[in-house]
Design a protein around this ligand. Sequence first.
Ligand code: PEP
Length: 255
Amino acid sequence: MKFIIGNWKMYPSSLKEAKFIFGGIKKVARGVTRAKVVLCVPALFVAPLVVLGGKSKMSVGGQNCHKDDEGARTGEISSRALKSTGATYVILGHSERRAMGETNADIAEKTVGALRNKLITILCVGEKERDEHGGYFTEVSNQLRASLALFPRNASKQLIVAYEPIWAIGSSAKRVATPADFREMSILIRRYLAEHFGKKAAFAIPVLYGGSVDDLNAEGFLREAEADGFLIGRVSLNPEKFGEVIRLANSVKPR
Ligand code: PEP
């Protein structure tokens, strides 16, 4: 199964538009059997979009959660509250949240809350820059080790890892990563996951690519680099292009 996950970030700015985009993607996702579509949307939109999703196999997720289930934490959203609105996934450790000061230790605590409330964690890792000496491998290994420090060995089915090199994300991206860039890093990620969860469990954990994915470059990552899917920002708000990525993923044999 390939995972096609959209990260809507703080878009769109109205529920009406959110429903329109969601409805467009739902139409494409109908009849798709080899790709799992998940939309991680602004928290306020989770409940209405879960209702709109109805019996479709699409899932809805959050983009962050607090480590605690409740408390005097003005403006925060707990994983328990997310779950109660129908979310089944949550993105943790996105680079935009890390840039706001979120540490690996914070992320590790959040994974515990997510697990406690039966949300699947989509853990984002990725280096800021690629240096000539391969320091980026150490950067990503350290992120994995510290963010998964509290993640139980027997809970691997509750985890998805998204490799998102920061230099390849968003409209200011330096360049799009190549399938070879992803392949190399996915080997390192899986090696680390094997140390933590054991070889067999690690093999089953989806490792996704994220960073300027669109309908034109998706196929290379799926076929050449055997990506288990994508975490997609901008294009996930465009039902036509996102739909094309879903179709492509559905046409590729699972690993
Ligand atoms: C992201 O921010 O997670 C992302 C992958 O964004 P984009 O696809 O727009 O590069």
